[in-house]
Design a protein around this ligand. Structure first.
Ligand code: PGA
Length: 252
């Protein structure tokens, strides 16, 4: 039985005051024992304050990226140890915005994944194809390549403490979500790739869907066999929407 997981990726949004209000409202709305595990991923500079607010709550904290190096002269970077130090449990690695805008390739994403785990953080590994790749029929190939880079470097056992998020690039922030069937097809493929190395680990692996998830489509998408929750961008900034999305996540 995989416990569903809903994580909010706040991206580069918010102020101290807005974040505090958002977390306060979230904590008021979250049931004492939520079905889904819930996490929020604010920008780096707000993590510490968010950690203090979330302390003793059922909501976990995650970061949106991490440096692949552990310490030293890396101006502007934030290490996994620092994220752990301020109270993070999760960190997103390989988000398509980082792959596309900051030229993070598969090898770097795999190193970030390892860096996160080396400090006891659980990486949320994002994979997904662009519209062009989907139209050329390359979806499975792209997702396999992104996944294999991590599996080859970190080893299959590393997937015991990791989450995968399938995020088709064409669905992110566009209002155009993948259909439940499209999501299921890729999620099943991801699980099969992992199962080829270890069936037990694959069966326990949580695979989230991300890309224009809203209160109105979450239930349908999350009802698919291999969809274990969602990575939520825009809708995670609206507390009512986010809470409805959390409520829509059911265990498989
Ligand atoms: P979206 O973003 O929900 O705004 O489409 C998802 C993501 O980028 O993680």
């Amino acid at each position: 039985m995989r416990r569903p997981f809903v994580a909010g990726n706040w991206k580069m949004h918010g102020t101290r005051a807005e974040n505090a209000d958002l977390i306060e409202a979230l904590l008021l709305g979250v049931p004492a024992q939520p079905t889904a595990e819930i996490a929020v991923c604010p920008p780096f500079v707000y993590l510490w304050e968010a950690a203090r607010q979330l302390k003793a709550s059922s909501v976990s904290l995650g970061a949106q990226s991490v440096c692949a190096e552990s310490i030293g002269a890396f101006t502007g970077e934030v290490s996994a140890a620092m994220l752990k130090d301020v109270g993070c449990r999760y960190v997103i690695v390989g988000h398509s915005e980082r792959r596309a805008l900051y030229k993070e390739d598969d090898a770097l994403v795999a190193r970030k994944f390892l860096a996160a785990q080396s400090q006891g953080l659980t990486p949320i590994l994002c994979v997904g194809e662009s519209l062009d790749e989907r139209e050329r029929g390359q979806t499975m190939q792209v997702v396999s390549r992104q996944l294999t880079a991590v599996l080859d470097l970190a080893g299959i056992k590393a997937m015991q403490d990791a989450v995968v998020a399938y995020e088709p690039v064409w669905a992110i922030g566009t209002g155009k979500n993948a259909t439940p069937a499209q999501a299921q097809e890729v999620h099943a493929h991801i699980r099969a790739e992992v199962a080829a190395r270890d069936g037990k680990i694959a069966a326990a692996l949580r695979i989230l869907y991300g890309g224009s998830v809203k209160a109105g489509n979450a239930r349908e998408i999350f009802s698919m066999q291999d969809v274990d929750g969602g990575l939520i961008g825009g809708a995670s900034l609206k507390v009512d929407e986010f809470l409805k999305i959390c409520a829509a996540a059911q265990a498989h």
